[in-house]
Design a protein around this ligand. Structure first.
Ligand SMILES: C[S@@+](CC[C@H](N)C(=O)[O-])C[C@H]1O[C@@H](n2cnc3c(N)ncnc32)[C@H](O)[C@@H]1O
Length: 236
């Protein structure tokens, strides 16, 4: 099941571009602050790159995108292909289940940096039970051992207090995976978002190893339902 691909998603993302300005800018600022450890990028869950930073992509020599949604590859190439080509970046867009085929993708591209672009938070919708989703996420992170990899993904999502507008969206906040004050920082962050119980746990709390610097980013999916995105980068 794919809840975030398909025509409906692209239509929604296209219409939401103004509301997502802050989110896109926070993701870009975070990405541009990361070192580019290798020349090749494997971008998983790329969709049409609605929230992807073009200046960050241009730092690589080659970019391979993967998405299970058949519309994603042509739309990504249409949105980003021209600018990347002009900057000498080789782009290949693929369609397929890149989470299932991750071990073989990694074998084929031993040098590639891997970035999960807002996809790991959807794993819980692709398995019938939460323990299966947690196991799947664990096996994904295990297979990445020894790699430079990063991810931005849903940590939680749910209703917010008031119908928010773009300028109500709080800017990104830094935390650390497993830090002593994690509970308090979480409550403060949810308060900033105006979160109203109950919020959905996307089961990604253990994706990053302890000590990983994290950036928390607000994503107003629509005026009354927001996502809390968490971004982190893991070095071998
Ligand atoms: C929230 S969207 C990503 C948004 C995207 N990063 C952007 O900037 O527009 C999640 C994407 O993950 C894709 N996806 C979900 N499961 C996948 C899988 N197993 N392999 C590859 N892509 C997957 C969906 O089709 C969807 O396009």
């Amino acid at each position: 099941m794919n809840l975030t691909g398909g025509l409906h998603w692209h239509w929604r993302a296209w219409r939401a571009q103004a509301r997502w300005v802050q989110t896109r800018s926070d993701i870009e600022t975070w990405l541009l602050a990361q070192p580019v450890p290798t020349e090749h990028l494997l971008l998983i869950g790329a969709s049409a790159g609605w929230m992807m930073s073009a200046p960050w992509l241009a730092r690589f020599k080659s970019v391979q995108t993967w998405d299970i949604d058949p519309l994603a590859a042509p739309l990504f190439a249409w949105r980003h292909g021209g600018a990347l080509k002009a900057q000498g970046v080789h782009l290949e867009c693929h369609t397929g289940d890149a989470l299932t085929s991750l071990p073989s993708l990694l074998r084929e591209q031993p040098q590639a940096t891997v970035f999960f672009d807002n996809v790991l938070g959807q794993v819980r919708f692709q398995t019938p039970r939460t323990d299966q989703a947690e196991n799947r996420l664990r096996s994904i992170t295990q297979v990445l051992r020894g790699r430079h990899w990063g991810s931005v993904h849903d940590r939680m999502s749910g209703p917010v207090q008031s119908a928010g507008t773009a300028h109500d969206v709080p800017g990104a906040r830094k935390t650390e995976q497993g830090s002593k004050n994690e509970g308090q920082a979480t409550q403060e962050w949810l308060g900033l978002l105006g979160a109203q119980s109950p919020w959905l746990d996307h089961l990604t709390d253990s994706v990053f190893p302890a000590g990983t610097p994290l950036t928390n980013i607000a994503w107003p999916m629509n005026a009354s339902y927001w996502h809390w995105l968490q971004a982190g980068w893991v070095r071998p």
